[in-house]
Structures are given as structure tokens and as C-alpha cells.
Design a protein around this ligand. Sequence first.
Ligand code: UDP
Length: 325
Amino acid sequence: MRLLVTGGAGYIGSVVAAQLIAAGHDVTVLDNLSTGHADAVPPGATLVVGDLRGKAAEVLAGGIDAVLHFAARSLVGESVANPALYWDNNLGGSLALLEAMRATQVRSIVFSSTASTYGEPESVPIDEGAPTRPTSPYGASKLAVDTALAEYARLFGFGAISLRYFNVAGAHRMAGASGEAETWLGERHTVETHLVPNILRIASENSGSVSIFGDDYPTADGSCVRDYLHVTDLAAAHLLAIDACRSGQHTIYNLGSGTGYSNFEVLGACREVTGLEIPAKVVGRRAGDPAVLIASSERIGRDLGWKPECGLRDMVADAWACGYR
Ligand code: UDP
């Protein structure tokens, strides 16, 4: 298929683009490189640099069968400080894309949604029927796009799938051409808020200490519990989803492993994998962090046959191999 990957120069989009190319698809990446990296776009993909609003219509008119939509701002804290940026970029940009799809009669779309659409859960594991009460403009803007997708499916016959990611970690290994070294696609955010890369950066720099945000949560060891998924497993779900888009339907799938790890357990896994001490100190809670987030991914398992292959150690080992040393 001829596929448009928006945000394909980012962490998750680039891994999905690599898997699509490996599966024989023709991939065009549209990315404004505001947070992505041109060199993360995998070999074989065509990179178009530009905004959804400026360029999506032009790329779609060139002949595209389906869209995988990752282009978005994704920092919860930044969204709280600057909500308009998130509404404008994440919702406004997505609406421009949907209108361009409508105009060019491209109707299949897989969207990068988030567990942040649920907010503080009433119970875990969280399934797709859980109430959606986002606690940040980031989560709210993603939920608004999910809602728009349901409308475009109903009104214009779009076939849309929203994948709601829980925590993503690890790196994707791309085999090198014969005689060439393998290369890795990993997490390279200029502003890094995520736990695993923050721990591994401190390990690799051998200075500073990890801040664990809170040890007074109602969990076994007092730190927050999250559901981690390897980026390679996450990307695989997108390839299944692109084949599962059905005209007139919008379907939501949660993506997680169904297993929770506390922040101390993640730190322990990083210490084991690296063989390093990695100093850590407990600091105050981070505003807006729910105590426990664990996904139920039963629906995508049942409908599309997806299941994760990798565990937390694989994620940490691959992130470490990718470039924190
Ligand atoms: N966290 C932490 N120290 C850090 C970064 C994150 O203790 O330097 C905690 C954070 O409070 C949360 C968990 O790690 O409990 C996962 O946070 P992350 O930002 O990786 O993902 P989120 O769950 O917010 O999407």
C-alpha cells in the first residue's frame, strides 16, 4: 500500500515507518521536524518536511491509500502551561488532515491516541469502555481527535482506528544491508520527561541522580505503577490496524501489556541491565500522576490477534543498546 505517516521522524512514527517498509509498503513521511529528526526517517521512506495544514493535501493528492497519524505535541506539562498550542496543533492539525483526506477520498486512518484520554481511572485494568476524563490539555486534545474520527467515520465513511498507548519504552533494531552495521531507532526527545530514558541517561553520564516522583502512593512500594510496552510491539499493532480499517467504523484499542511495574521496579531493571548503581532520590509527587495505570488490551488481542512479545528487561536492554552509553 501507499501510506502516509505523519510524524514519521519521531520516536514511535519512525519505528512504525521502518516496519511498514520492511513489510513492503510504500511510505511517505510528513513531518515538520519541530521535535522529530530527519535522520530517524528510515531508509526507503520519502520525507516531506512541512505542516499538516500546509502539506497534507498535496501529499495525499499524489496518491495515498491510507494514513498513520502520529504528528502531535506530546508533553503533558507543556500542555498545561500552553493549552492553546495543544488544541491548535493536535486538534487543528488533525482536522486539516481529515479535511484533506476527505477532499482526496483517502478514508483509512490509524491514529496515535493515548491512555491520557482516560485520566484518573476508577479501576484497573482500564478497558476501552472506561470513562474518558482527561486531566491535561494533551489528553483532552487527543480525545477530541478520537471524537472527530468517530464523526468522520459516521458522516463520510472513514475507516478509523484509534490506538491508545500506555507507556512505551525500548528501541527498534533495523538490520543493516549486507556488510553494514545494524542501526537503532530510539527515543531522542530534546525535553525528556520519560522515566526509562531519564534513568539511562543518568547511568550513561555517570553523574546526577534519578528523581523518583513520590513514594507515598497506595501501591506495594509507594511509587507509581505503569504498564510498559516495547516500541517494536507497539508498532506491530499499527500494521495490523491498517489492514483492519473498515468504512463507516471507528474503533478504539488500548495498547499495553496488562502488567504493571512500579517506578522502583523500573529503576531496578535499569540497574540490572546496565550493571551500574544509578543513584536515585525520592522527591515530591509530579502533579497529575495517577497511582496506577494498567491497560486491558483484550479487545485488540481478540479482534486483531495482537499480543506483545517483549518484557521490561528487553525494553531497557534495547534502549541501553540504542545509545545511552
Ligand atoms: N517518573 C519519575 N522520574 C522521572 C520521570 C518519570 O519518577 O524522571 C515517574 C512518573 O512520575 C510516573 C512514571 O515515572 O509515575 C512514568 O512517567 P513517564 O513520564 O515515563 O510516563 P507517563 O506515565 O507520565 O506517561
